[in-house]
Design a protein around this ligand. Structure first.
Ligand code: PEP
Length: 256
């Protein structure tokens, strides 16, 4: 079995001015800037990408964006393209976050265009999938996750698929303090890996990192990260403070 390097990504969402971002990233570089056994990715707001990118230069920390447009340039007021992100040395981009799906009406088809554009521009997509509470309660979790994964990955070739990151984020657990049980999370992660085997190959499925997201905190992380198919975390609230984020990276390192 291939061992996958754990990945901890911080999604700062619409938080932190550039000045606040610099304080946080300074603390993170000082404590985990030489962390090599866990891949660490920071996803600040667009306004802080450049400053954070400069602050992590020379460290092992990587830069990600929270969204992007699928076109390379043009009349798309308010949008940011993959080449723009690349010019700031971003390596990752979160796509299809449930907040984008629900507040900005992003569809699977639209998200898929972004996935393809990101890969074409050598950006590693972190494709978010996950069910709402109503969907879980009606027993359609796996169906929802399957549809979002299949549509999100439509047209992705086997050669590039292994570079994808999938984040399973049950919508009811995001920012709510409610965390999926380890059994609930592992069940869906294993299901996604099985799906990747069907869509691509076993070798590809074994390489793709599948992150858990939804109120992951230092207290619940060790148990989640110990699961066979949980390869890291996409962290919202707990990524806004150096101490909790560092503890999560430490937990991921211990779970290797
Ligand atoms: C997220 O928004 O991706 C997330 C997982 O948020 P939180 O950790 O705050 O639940």
């Amino acid at each position: 079995m291939i061992s996958r390097k754990k990945l901890i990504a911080g999604n700062w969402k619409m938080n932190k001015t550039s000045a606040d971002a610099l304080t946080l990233v300074g603390d993170l570089v000082a404590s985990i800037g030489r962390q090599n056994d866990v891949e660490v990715v920071l996803c600040p707001p667009f306004t802080s990408l450049e400053a954070v990118g400069k602050a992590i230069e020379g460290s092992s920390i990587k830069l990600g964006a929270q969204n992007m447009h699928h076109e390379g340039s043009g009349a798309f007021t308010g949008e940011i393209s993959a080449p723009m992100l690349r010019s700031l040395f971003a390596t990752h981009v979160i796509l299809g976050h449930s907040e984008r799906r629900s507040y900005f009406a992003e569809t699977d088809e639209f998200i898929n265009k972004k996935v393809l554009a990101a890969l074409k521009n050598q950006l590693r997509p972190i494709l978010c999938v996950g069910e709402t509470l109503a969907e879980r309660e009606s027993g359609s979790t796996l169906k929802v996750v399957q549809t979002q994964t299949e549509r999100g990955l439509d047209g992705v070739g086997k050669d590039l698929a292994a570079g994808m990151v999938i984040a399973y984020e049950p919508v009811w657990a995001i920012g709510t303090g409610k965390v999926a049980t380890t059994e609930q999370a592992q069940e869906v992660h294993a299901f996604i890996r099985g799906l990747l085997t069907k869509l691509f190959t076993t070798a590809v499925a074994e390489k793709v990192r599948i992150l858990y997201g939804g109120s992951m905190k230092p207290a619940n992380a060790p148990e989640l990260l110990a699961q066979k198919d949980i390869d890291g975390g996409l962290i919202g609230g707990a990524s806004l403070e150096a101490r909790s984020f560092v503890e999560l990276v430490t937990a991921a390192s211990a779970a290797r």
